[in-house]
Design a protein around this ligand. Structure first.
Ligand SMILES: C[S@@+](CC[C@H](N)C(=O)[O-])C[C@H]1O[C@@H](n2cnc3c(N)ncnc32)[C@H](O)[C@@H]1O
Length: 429
């Protein structure tokens, strides 16, 4: 982190001076980058201006060791620049590098405004400051996400956004439980979140089906927070997970195509029956891309049913179970245990649909992996091939929104389409 702070601060100090004295030239690859859609390139002057307005919360950084570290880095850079050939010739600089306190301000600004730059698969590759992107506030139920095309940051909306409605991204993984999210947001960004998911009434306070959207999202955390282990304190490991999912019946491909009424919840709630219930209730509405309101109404219905029915201990869908299921899913894929991977992957899809906005890139990427696993599951026969095809259609619908139909990230949509063609040849009579 210290090296990163050091490198970033030095680069920003030099870039700002170059912008001010007119000697900044854009790297050739940035000039060539083609912008898709109707977006306009932001000017460098605008980037610089916005950087100067970003919140740094300098007064909230109370840890003396953090401030001492920032001061030490700033002093080091200042001394280096004073002893270097780099000339500060802009009017604003007065012929000097910025003062130590100004550089400490810059560092504070990085820490509340930085982004992790990731590739199309969401693997983090680097860190960067994008002043315009940093103007977006946070919500634990975001309606937009940050993607990257090379070094260009792209904001993509996940749903229709009305005029006047705030566009929010999420600064934290939406799969993290409430308390952890609060802590992260307080420690790094110095605010208490009041988004619909954090601030609505809890399910204990209101279980009325006609209650507001705030109540709906708030129930989610009641469902996933809490229990850390399997029953009787048993470890949530591969053996335990395998037992839990032995009885999962993979949803029939046909039932995923019909946007019907909400399914009757199963009488006995297990992780397996819960998985089928969620998949059958939500997937058909994503396949047909219904309006957001219709989708969230259905989602809240699912939440409420689960909160009334599923009070078994431990909770059937805690985030700890999700974390362990995800790593077990990857192990099954590595070992080509397709049948088990398909079942665990279906459970993870159900959880993702509960937690993330339906067009979130993580949901689309997971669908693509799950579809490949289903296709490889020879034990499942044609049922799994058909299911794989349905899940691929779902992946495509989601990835077109999250990654775009054009541009660098659309390559992933093309990959899904190519795989669909392969599956379709097997479906032909
Ligand atoms: C990346 S900036 C977002 C832009 C910022 N609002 C501005 O005008 O510069 C992060 C800072 O914005 C504020 N912020 C972001 N989301 C918020 C939210 N949901 N509620 C309250 N403050 C928020 C916090 O002060 C946080 O440190």
């Amino acid at each position: 982190m210290e090296d990163l702070d050091y490198e970033m601060l030095k680069m920003v100090v030099i870039s700002i001076e170059r912008l001010r004295n007119g000697s900044y030239t854009e790297p050739a690859h940035e000039q060539q980058h083609h912008i898709h859609g109707s977006g306009e390139r932001e000017s460098l002057a605008l980037t610089e201006y916005v950087f100067s307005t970003l919140m740094g919360h300098e007064d909230s950084v109370t840890d003396p060791s953090v401030l001492a570290r920032y001061k030490e880095i700033a002093t080091r850079i200042r001394e280096q620049l004073l002893g270097s050939k780099f000339v500060f010739k802009s009017e604003e600089s007065g012929g000097q590098p910025p003062s130590v306190s100004e550089m400490v301000q810059y560092l504070c600004r990085f820490h509340c405004n930085n982004f992790s730059i990731h590739d199309a698969q969401l693997f983090t590759m680097a860190e960067g400051t994008f002043p315009i992107g940093a103007l977006f506030n946070h919500s634990c139920r975001p309606n937009a996400i940050v993607m990257y095309e090379g070094q260009i940051q792209v904001m993509r909306t996940l749903e229709d956004i009305a005029v006047g409605q705030e566009v929010c991204t999420s600064y934290v993984d939406n799969g993290v439980p409430r308390q952890e999210r609060r802590q992260l947001l307080r420690e790094k960004y110095y605010f208490d979140c009041h988004c619909p998911r954090c601030d609505g009434q809890s399910s204990q306070e209101n279980t009325d089906a006609s209650s507001s959207s705030h109540t709906g999202f708030r129930i989610l955390d009641d469902l996933i927070d809490g229990d850390q282990d399997g029953p009787d304190g048993k470890k949530v490991d591969g053996e335990w997970l395998t037992k839990q999912f032995e009885t999962i019946i993979l949803p029939g491909a046909k039932s995923l195509q019909i946007p019907g009424p909400l399914l009757q919840p199963p009488k006995i709630f297990t992780r397996a029956s819960f998985t089928s219930y969620i998949i059958h209730s939500l997937v058909p509405l994503i396949q047909t891309s219904v309006q957001e309101k219709e989708y969230t109404d259905r989602l809240f219905e699912v939440y409420r049913t689960l909160s009334v029915t599923a009070h078994s201990k431990p909770k059937p869908f805690s985030t700890t179970v999700m974390t362990n299921a995800t790593s077990f899913f990857n192990t099954c894929l590595e070992h080509q245990s397709w049948a088990l991977a398909s079942k665990i992957g279906t459970f993870i899809l159900a959880l993702y649909l509960m937690i993330y906005p339906r067009h979130h890139p993580l949901v689309g990427l997971h669908c693509f992996t799950l579809a490949k696993s289903l296709w490889n599951d020879l034990e499942g026969g044609m049922t799994c091939v058909r299911l794989s095809h349905e899940i691929l259609k779902l992946a495509k619908n989601i990835l077109i929104v999250s990654h775009g139909a054009m541009g660098e990230n659309a390559e992933l949509v093309r990959e899904v389409e190519a795989f669909m063609k392969t599956v379709e040849t097997e479906l032909q009579p």
